[in-house]
Ligand binder design. Sequence first.
Ligand SMILES: Nc1nc2c(ncn2[C@@H]2O[C@H](COP(=O)(O)OP(=O)(O)OP(=O)(O)O)[C@@H](O)[C@H]2O)c(=O)[nH]1
Length: 342
Amino acid sequence: MFSFFKKKPVAPEAPAAPVVAPAPVAAPAPDLPDLLPIEEPAEKKQSWMARLKAGLSKTSNNLSVLFVGAKIDDDLYDELEAALLMADAGVDATTYLLDALKRKVKEDKLLDAAAVKAALKQLLIELLTPLQRPFELGRHTPTVMMISGVNGAGKTTTIGKLAKHMQTHGQSVLLAAGDTFRAAAREQLMVWGQRNNITVISQASGDPAAVSFDAVQSGKAKGMDVVMIDTAGRLPTQLHLMEELKKVQRVLGKGMDGAPHETLLVIDGNTGQNALAQVKAFDDALKLTGLVITKLDGTAKGGVLAAIARVRPVPVYFIGVGEKIEDLQPFVAAEFVEALLG
Ligand SMILES: Nc1nc2c(ncn2[C@@H]2O[C@H](COP(=O)(O)OP(=O)(O)OP(=O)(O)O)[C@@H](O)[C@H]2O)c(=O)[nH]1
């Protein structure tokens, strides 16, 4: 029903001479498979649902338990309000959901807890569905993606997972080690690239904009499908570092018209309401095209997606519930709500 990436990719152009290629060049797949539609095998889908459920259990535990044998009264609404706030859904989304739920219970004359829970599920799906957007590849050669986020949000890990998923779908990928701040981060990406036969553009010079520009040039010359730019972690309050990020974005546009085609923010699901502040700040600075929310496993703050949907509805392309490659998957509102309240 849902493929990892949407759209048929364009065939790659003939590879030209490499510009900077410290790691071996990934050979472009001679015959790119049609990516649409890809039926996920039932067992694979099931295992993702099981992982999603397990990952979100800390958030869902506080919510699901409310409906067990509950009476529909003010106590239930009070407890639901507290649970949503504790899940970091935020005041706006919590008020919205409670008001809508009370209205629905009245209009539809709902009498038992199971029906109220089903109504809440429906309202949550409606609230989160606008965040759901398939990640499209193949409109540009290469599709240039810039990955931003605060320190430790999971940027580099996400890049690795996405690159592997893309490779599996027959896409050629080139990475830029734009995190020139932490030498270890650059090396980590280089080693990872070598192991996975993915070229990583890197420079010792320490200028992220220059590395990013080189990467786009190289990606164009080689006819790569995707160029992903890693960036150093930074807080939105570090204004000079935010300016540096804007410069990287501008320079990418000089390297290729319309680039970056995707500007993603990776956020750590554990940060709850602070994640919302990050979305606002990075969106104001960079005009984000999408989010990746990692580490939803082991957090009780998964409600932050509701806050994002109400306050700054930037699409959520992928969510992560663990460290394995298959733990990063496209965000599907109905799956997410099923895992929370199923
Ligand atoms: N449990 C869990 N851990 C994750 C997930 N995604 C990433 N991590 C871990 O989070 C840690 C930080 O990830 P990195 O990818 O290094 O984060 P980063 O944003 O690149 O970090 P900086 O370069 O320091 O800014 C690593 O230990 C990852 O394995 C996830 O979905 N779940």
